[in-house]
Each structure stands twice: as structure tokens, then as C-alpha cells.
Design a protein around this ligand. Structure first.
Ligand code: ADP
Ligand code: MG
Length: 454
């Protein structure tokens, strides 16, 4: 069943862009398929995602899942954790328009379309230590296309900004050098175009088209692996352009030498110019990206909010952006300000330990906690066992361990020369209480947040 859901995600990705998948569909799990009744059961993390899917994407699910399962579905059931939402097959829902940068097949009668997406610019690209080399190289290429870094190869994991940079290069060159002919092409499309050129005897036309571009931007070159004939054709195009000193830029998900299933001579061409990588950004850069993305959507968000979102564990900027979109959508739908609580409601309480920007001392933990109770450091260090004081002491130990870099022993000593096993016990107690009591958990979480950002 996992395979079917994966295929579904791929279809949606191709048809409507990966944004929808990362923002909404990835939050869903294919829970069960009742073949007898022809019912698909999906699970959503919360009511909000559930409602959003119902409003916007039901017919998409009906048609694609139906096709993949090879039946006409009678019903789709979305479980949202608490309640059940059943939807009869007749529910007519509107599909969101696909994000439009999948353009029609190219034809030589018209001047070729650049396929460059104007939405991606250098101005919108946040530079951090994770991508500064790639950014600098991309920028340099736009000043003197074809002469500086050629080819330029940008590599990095999925969703880290490669496509963004390729389009930014295209847009910038368009601005700076008016008569340059630019072509952005995904490798997938390149492969398909080549296959259909063979089928319809148009290989010559196909090659002509590519030979006449000044700047060729090829995205996700790893998808050319094991396509021997396409590689052959591409190799020749590459050589022609390269010898004519035309600029070529590639992106790929691994270092060129590590792409599997490609001919050595092509591999060495890919790595023959400048190679720059992009990795996952550090916290500060994530915060800056979130703020920039919110800004482009016309939403101003506070640092503390951007910081909360940035602290969620994600594997890519795309995923982070998905989180932001979900938060913004929820806030505008509910007409509520974007607060930390709202973020927790939409995205769930983060499971992993957030990172701190700066180091926090044991004293700071105690000071910050004093806003909420009247116990002094001397009380915490004492042997008094008043119930409330004991809870506060436990919380202090728990937070100290989570937030500071001190050892259990340091914490035990700081809090009145106790045994480090006491701290272990306290942490256990707090964790248990957090599981039993959501209000307590919320209180501890926001305390933690406050201390980290004091
Ligand atoms: P890739 O091609 O590497 O899979 P994309 O270029 O599609 O990744 O980036 C995914 C999303 O993350 C895009 O919306 C892009 O605008 C955004 N993004 C990635 N890096 C940055 C950055 N440094 N500044 C702003 N947005 C970024
Ligand atoms: Mg990409």
C-alpha cells in the first residue's frame, strides 16, 4: 500500500507541483484500503489538514487513487485523529489550479520559450553559510555567461534551493543581457522530449533547438542515469555549446562523480567546471528564509514566530515552507494572529529538542522560572518538600538538562549538592506528567521556549 501512496504523491507532484505535496499530502497517511467496499481510509494529523484536503483536493484524490487502484472509489474516509469524516463519491469538489510552470511542448515555429519561472529571483534567495558558494558562483555566471564558471554544477539534497538558483540565474541574465536566448529544462522533460523526437523522427530538430541557446539550465541531471541514448544526444549538445562558449548550468542531487548510471565521459564533463554544493541551513538562516517567505506572501511575522517554526525538524527548505504555508493558511482561515500556540496547534508540539541560538546558564533557568512562582534559589536548594516546591524543583532540573550544556552532576551540585540520580528521577517525573497532563506540558514547553529566547 505504501507504494500506491508514493505513486499518488508522485502524480500530484508532477501535475500540480511539489508544493502541494509537501504542504498537504505529505501530512496524510494512507491508513487502509477496503477493496470490497472500495473505500480509501486516509489519516490526517489534525482537523485543520482534514478540512483543507476536503475543501480543495477531494476530486484529485478520487481520480488518481481510483486510477491507481483500478476501481471507481465509492468513498474516501479521512480520519483526523479524533473524529471520522466520511465523504461519498458524489461529492463534487473543486480542484485547486495547478501551479503553472509546466508549459506546453516546445515548437520551433515559435521562438523557444525560456521556461524560466519569474517567481524565483536572487533577491528572494536568502544567503547563508550553507549556500554561499553556490550563490556566489550562480551570481558570477550571470555577469559573464559562458566565460567564468562553465559548466556550473550545483548539487545538494532535495528542497534546498537548486531549482530556485537555476531560475534566478535565468531571470538575472534576462535582465542584464537582453538578447540572450535562455532555456531552463528539467532533465525529465529533456528525456521525454528526446524520446518523442526519436519516435516522430525529429531528432534533428530537437538538436537544433538546443544548439541555438546561449544559456542552458539543466535541472536534476541525475535523472539522465541509465538513459544511454539520451546521454549520447546530450553529450553532443553539451560539446557544441561548450565549444561555442555558451553557458551551461546543471543541478543534481549528488556530486557529479557520484551520479550512478552515466557514462564516464559525460560524468567528467559535468565536473569539469565549477562545482558548488548546498546543504541544510543553520537555524539563523532558516529563520531568515521563513521571514522572507512570509513577507512575499504579504504576511509580517515576528522573529519569535519564525524561530518557533524554524525549530521544527525538517529535511528541506521546501518542507519548512510547507509548514509556514499551513500556519498562515490556518491563521487567516481562523482570523487569528500567528502565535506560538497557534503553531503548536497546526504543526503539533515539536518532538525534538529545539536548538538555542546562545548558551544558557543554570542561573538563567532559575531566573526565568521565577516569573511564575515565588521560590528563590535558596528554596530550590533546600530540602523542603512542599508539594509545589518539589514540582518547581523537578521542572528546573528538567529544563536545565534540556536547555543548558551542563551534566546531570553539575545540575545536582548546583541545586544544593544533591545526587545526580535525583536529577534523573526528576526528569522522569516531569516527562510522565507531561504525558498525562497537556496543560502542564504546554506550560513546560512555553517556559522552555521563553528561557531559550530570554
Ligand atoms: P531543490 O531544487 O533543491 O529541490 P528548490 O529550489 O525547489 O529546491 O527549493 C525549495 C523551496 O525552498 C523553494 O520554494 C525555494 O524558493 C525555497 N528555498 C530554498 N532555499 C532558499 C533560500 N536560500 N532562500 C529562500 N528560499 C529558499
Ligand atoms: Mg529542484
Amino acid at each position: 500500500m505504501d507504494g500506491i501512496w508514493e505513486s499518488f504523491l508522485n502524480i500530484v507532484r508532477q501535475e500540480s507541483g511539489s508544493r502541494i505535496v509537501d504542504t498537504w499530502f505529505k501530512a496524510l497517511v494512507l491508513h487502509r484500503w477496503d477493496a470490497l467496499e472500495r473505500i480509501v481510509y486516509l489519516k490526517a494529523p489534525n482537523q485543520f489538514v482534514c478540512t483543507w484536503i476536503q475543501r480543495n483536493y477531494m476530486s484529485m484524490i478520487y481520480s488518481h487513487m481510483g486510477r491507481l487502484l483500478n476501481v471507481e472509489l465509492s468513498k474516501i474516509v479521512i480520519l483526523d485523529g479524533q473524529s471520522l469524516t466520511e465523504l461519498p463519491a458524489s461529492t463534487e469538489q473543486q480542484i485547486q489550479p495547478a501551479r503553472a510552470y509546466q508549459s506546453p511542448t516546445l515548437s520551433l515555429k515559435r521562438p523557444i520559450r525560456t521556461q524560466v519561472n519569474q517567481h524565483y529571483s536572487f533577491a528572494d534567495f536568502v544567503v547563508g553559510p550553507n549556500n554561499s558558494l553556490a550563490y556566489a558562483a550562480a551570481h558570477a555566471v550571470t555577469e559573464k555567461p559562458g566565460s567564468l564558471y562553465n559548466p556550473l554544477f550545483i548539487y545538494g539534497g532535495s528542497g534546498l534551493g537548486k531549482t530556485h538558483l537555476l531560475h534566478a540565474i535565468g531571470n538575472e541574465i534576462k535582465n542584464l543581457h537582453k538578447n540572450t536566448s535562455i532555456l531552463y529544462q528539467t532533465t525529465d522533460r529533456f528525456v521525454n522530449e528526446f524520446i518523442s523526437a526519436i519516435r516522430f523522427n525529429r531528432v534533428h530538430k530537437f538538436q537544433e533547438k538546443y544548439r541555438h541557446v546561449d544559456v542552458l539550465l539543466i535541472d536534476d541531471i541525475q535523472f539522465i542515469s541509465n538513459k544511454d541514448q539520451t546521454q549520447e544526444a546530450f553529450f553532443h549538445i553539451f560539446n557544441v555549446l561548450y565549444e561555442a562558449r555558451k553557458q551551461i548550468v546543471f543541478s543534481g542531487d549528488v556530486y557529479p562523480q557520484n551520479i550512478k548510471g552515466i557514462a564516464d565521459r559525460l560524468r567528467s564533463r559535468l565536473a569539469s567546471g565549477m562545482v558548488a554544493d548546498i546543504v541544510m541551513p543553520p537555524l539563523e538562516t532558516k529563520v531568515a528564509i521563513i521571514k522572507k517567505k512570509a513577507e512575499t506572501q504579504g504576511v509580517a511575522i515576528e522573529d519569535i514566530v519564525a524561530h518557533t517554526i524554524a525549530n521544527y525538524t525538517v529535511a528541506s527548505i521546501r518542507e519548512l515552507e510547507g509548514f509556514l504555508v499551513r500556519v498562515i493558511a490556518y491563521a487567516s482561515l481562523m482570523q487569528q494572529p500567528i502565535t506560538q500556540e497557534l503553531i503548536y496547534k497546526v504543526l503539533g508540539v515539536p518532538s525534538t529538542m529545539p536548538q538555542s541560538i546562545h548558551e544558557v546558564s543554570l542561573e538563567t533557568v532559575v531566573q526565568c522560572m521565577q516569573k511564575y512562582h515565588s521560590y528563590t534559589l535558596a528554596d530550590l536548594r533546600s530540602d523542603k518538600r512542599v508539594k509545589e516546591l518539589v514540582t518547581v524543583r523537578h521542572m528546573a532540573m528538567f529544563l536545565m538538562k534540556r536547555i543548558t550544556k551542563k551534566s546531570l552532576r553539575d545540575i545536582a551540585t548546583f541545586l544544593g549538592g544533591r545526587n545526580h540520580a535525583t536529577v534523573v528521577h526528576a526528569i522522569d517525573r516531569v516527562e510522565q506528567n507531561m504525558q498525562l497532563d497537556p496543560t502542564f506540558k504546554q506550560h513546560v514547553m512555553s517556559l522552555e521556549y521563553e528561557i531559550r529566547n530570554h
